[in-house]
Design a protein around this ligand. Structure first.
Ligand SMILES: Nc1ncnc2c1ncn2[C@@H]1O[C@H](COP(=O)(O)OP(=O)(O)OP(=O)(O)O)[C@@H](O)[C@H]1O
Ligand SMILES: [Mg+2]
Length: 378
């Protein structure tokens, strides 16, 4: 698929902007702070309902405005669609598909597919487990949009279960009346049910991604691998032995049972996908804490390229977004990356100067400056 038109109102630095887009490569070029990333961030938001830079919506709304609108026209084969999101920080966001009446924002997931690579992705390798969980879960949602509902269920159950545990922990500490813990059993089942579904998807994703990431890394940094992607589950060994969703459910329930005493002491859920991690190994060593800056960068890029290949192989080709990527790479890696991505259906690139966009990436160019986005004839 590709985006044929992007329209923003009160999004980030833009009061209003309209950008017509072609398939193939489009480069947004301009000095720092002019709004290049803001444009591609909006495209990414349509795909994930989140920004790759901030965890809340408030910074996405133009200072002084109270809501932002992202609208995009999409083309997938013969099919055209219009997607619109209204961001209302502090209130519910709204969505529309094809100008029809409102739908839940979540219903938009899966329509726009993107793979976005940006400097922030270094955190995939160097950052906290939450970064890697988000990577996995966003990709899962792109593959299987109904998983957005499962993730929401899981988060809701987790929150309620934590509230219950906190109450139990407080009661215990202050010598209050012991809580009736049978309610907790019910929450355990709900948590394990949604958790097992999420776990099954994560494990399947990692197995599919592993060879693709290895291949991408080899293409970017020949001889530098191999990569090792290993899931580190908080449910321990029982989980490692589980081969299907039912067994994962059983493993999670058992692990919750074992953790119950410490959970009541600490007042928080200690087992489940929200506590898991994806261990990234480069050769024999963990990448986090060991890999060099350049290696970490290539690793993160390999994960994104692998995501791109995966979504591509599974049907609807995603839009590839490369935000400020080329300036970070040495000449050889730059050329390799450019050759890899050049045939993509739509590739959106941002760069501070023309020279940062490799020659093989021929296509449309836009100059971004002072809130305007203007096509440059070349
Ligand atoms: N909510 C907002 N309201 C108004 N302006 C904003 C808002 N959020 C960000 N900006 C402004 O947008 C600009 C940053 O835009 P952006 O990140 O797209 O720059 P860029 O062109 O990608 O720059 P660089 O080359 O440094 O990456 C900053 O000047 C910032 O102050
Ligand atoms: Mg930028």
């Amino acid at each position: 698929m590709h985006v044929s038109h992007l329209s923003l109102a009160d999004f980030r630095s833009y009061a209003r902007v309209e950008v017509a887009l072609d398939p193939g490569v489009t480069a947004f070029v301009g000095p720092n702070g002019q709004g290049k990333t803001n444009l591609v961030e909006a495209v990414g938001y349509l795909a994930t309902l989140g920004s790759h830079r901030v965890s809340s919506d408030a910074p996405l709304v133009r200072m002084g405005a109270d809501r932002a609108i992202i609208r995009a026209a999409l083309v997938q084969g013969e099919r055209q669609q219009l997607v619109e999101l209204e961001l209302n920080p502090g209130k519910a966001n709204r969505a529309r598909i094809n100008r029809s009446s409102q739908v839940r924002p979540r219903d938009v997931l899966g329509i726009v597919r993107t793979v976005l690579f940006a400097p922030e992705d270094l955190a995939l390798v160097k950052g906290d487990p939450g970064e890697r969980r988000r990577f996995l879960d966003e990709l899962i949602t792109a593959r299987v949009p109904r998983m957005a509902g499962v993730r929401a269920d899981y988060d809701r159950v987790l929150k309620q279960r934590n509230t219950l545990l906190k109450t139990a922990a407080l009661a215990r500490r202050h010598g209050g009346r012991q809580m009736d813990l049978s309610t907790l059993d019910v929450w355990d089942q709900h948590l394990a049910r949604a958790g097992a579904e999420l776990l099954a998807q994560r494990l399947d994703l990692i197995a599919t991604l592993r060879p693709l990431a290895d291949k991408a890394y080899e293409q970017l940094a020949p001889g530098g691998g191999p990569l090792g992607l290993e899931y580190r589950g908080s449910a321990g060994e029982a989980m490692a032995a589980a081969t299907n969703r039912e067994e994962l459910y059983g493993a999670l329930l058992a692990a919750l049972g074992e953790a119950r005493k410490s959970e009541i002491e600490r007042g928080v859920t200690l087992v489940g996908p929200h506590r898991d991690d994806l261990l990234l190994k480069l050769g024999q060593l963990p990448a986090k804490g060991y890999a060099s800056h350049g290696e970490s960068w290539s690793y993160a890029l390999a994960l994104r390229l692998a995501s791109y290949e995966l979504l591509r192989a599974e049907g609807n080709e995603p839009v590839l977004v490369l935000d400020d990527v080329f300036a970070e790479l040495d000449a050889r890696r730059r050329e390799r990356l450019a050759e890899l991505v050049a045939p993509g259906e739509q590739v959106l690139v941002t760069a501070a100067v023309d020279d940062d966009v490799p020659g093989v990436l021929v296509g449309a160019r836009y100059a971004v400056s002072g809130g305007t986005v203007e096509r440059v004839d070349r």
